[in-house]
Design a binder for this molecule. Sequence first.
Ligand code: MOS
Length: 745
Amino acid sequence: MSPAIGATLNRVDGRYKVRGESRYSAEVPVTNLVHAVVVNAKVASGRITSIDTGAAEQATGVLAVLTHRNLGRVANVPRLLPSLAGLAAPGQTFFPMQDETIHYGGQPVAIVVADTIERADHAGTLIRIEYETTPATTLLDQARDRAYVPERIFGGLLPGQSSRGDVAKALAEAEVRVDATYRFAPNHHNPIEMSASTAVWDDVDRLTIYDSTQGPNAVQLTVAELLGLPPISIRVVSHAVGGSFGSKAMVWHHPALAALAARHVGRPVRLVLTREQMFTSCGHREEQEQRVTIGAHADGRITALRHHKISLTSSFDDWAEPSLQSAAVAYLNPNYEGIYHLVRGNTITPTFMRAPGEASGMFALECAMDELAERVGIDPLELRMRNYSDTDPESGNPWSSSGLRECFQRAAELFGWHDRDPRPGSRREGQWLIGTGLASALYPVTQPVNPQRAKARIYNDGTAVVEAGVSEFGTGVFTAMTQVAADALGLPVERVRFVGGSSDLPNITAAVGSAGTSAVGSAVHVTACELRDQLIRRAVGDDHSPLHGADPARVEVRDGKMVLSDRPDVGETYSDLLHRTMTPDVEVLGTWNPPPQDAGYGIHTFGAQMAEVAVDADLGVVRVRRMVGVFAPGRVLNRKLAHSQLMGGMLWGLGQALLEATRMDPRLGRWANASLADYLVPVNADAPDVVVDTVEMRDDVVNPIGIKGVGEIGVVGAAAAIANAVHHATGRRIYELPITLEKLL
Ligand code: MOS
């Protein structure tokens, strides 16, 4: 039996997905169901002076209209803490419809509950709301003078500033300096499945929420606090989730609003956000600007890095995506200073968005590195190698594993990097200017803080079920868990089923920070090994077993049969043992304790990105022709899934580089392109020839299965490689994302 880990197993949920049989949270059949529609504020700042719900209440099919006057107060809004912690995790510390104040455009101001979604929607248009408006801040440029340095950012996880060495002195003494400022448009996640919650109170006053989330437990704990209920009163189920990218990493208002509405009308309530509401209800990547100053020797060796960021946050939370985190440790730089500046504005609190911080921060650093390479006359790849650090430059600790050099070497072969003529504008094919660029990719290996649990049960027919609360939001985690459990139990994958997606199952932290598969995978591995060992101990202790009296350490399991390692003909199957001992099944609950955060290693995931672009010399149109990404994510559980994740990430980088931008209309304080028609994401026609490869590095530090995560590293550096290629093609550096054609004219 060959190992399941590493095999290219098709998705265990694939056939249900392609047949349309997967149950998303807005599709779960529920009897007596009614529908809620949220009405949003049309102004960005001010207060409601009057609200007339009379006509809406009279409309056909309407059961209730809820506003701040009759919704009731929430018990407690938990503090903002990333869902990685495994605790309650609200997306922001403001809960709407508690008073008449308006903090941002699109803030929920009313909920209509009706027997059909169309009737609820129509009744919502009949509500008359008068506002007294106050000036709103919706753009960074409107309030730069009010910027401040927060004490902590990112839900309290990171300091607002950090430094080492003497950056001012080192910059002053540097032989070469690059100083550049990069601007980033806000971005939205746009998963295909909109967020949706179906709230059902049962006859014992227990609430079930079918929710579209990355963390059923986080939803359970957050809604419990908001409603003032014990967690035992709430169960959250996520059968299937149609994408998230961070929009469902934190717990926003809709599950609690659905629960409150359901309690109010005494019937199950379904609340599905509209596509437009997805732009104002689940956070976004914030508008930001980053200034990078690099000091270096004439041979390109970096002596100093100063990295400052200014971004727009909400009026209640100090949120900034951690753009400085990976850039700070990407290269050997003895003198460093990183500072976040925030401007409070009239927006929902921004949130995690795929490669939160790394996608922007590494863009700035890697574009500045390209400029440095040009200034010192060194190949960009050689510049990265010259500044490669064997240790984490911040702590001085060795990397648990790296692979950056190996990734660049492999990428250069696959891409054909070494034939490059470094002169910008040196290659032309008719109308098209051709250029190539590269960038490093770094993404931290985030570890859950709390123990991770799973349950494994083997039946006397030799099949096993493994359970943990994690939801499947498109990553293929159920498939990967089937593989991890199969190998640990010594069973073929067909005899193992993984069940997840419920807060009733053993607690798993929300699948965020590219740590979902490693967190649940480690718990599943530990648990399945414990179950296997327990069965082996039973066999060697049973005088009817052919293994009786053997040393358990010398017994292994192959294809469901426990055998002596050196005499595979001696042994018996799990099924034989369980039948003989009249045992229907054996079950264990296992726990994986993540290593402490300061385990004496720098833990990061590394990769190399390369891109080739063609720029229309007259029209400024940029077409990406080729992308090559090579990554070192530790061990690869399933090549097909991992490559899909990495390729998806790279295409996100293409979107970030050339297409994605949410445009704020500052006169209205509202997003001007809140639809998939106007917010551009890459489609197949934009997708070039994308080559993905992995370099497997052994890592015994990160977790027992040696994986670092593939969910986000693919995004990092992809946009910088494209921007650097645009420069190589045209000789022009564009400092503002996305790089649209008017910026190149
Ligand atoms: Mo991921 S953006 O941490 O959900």
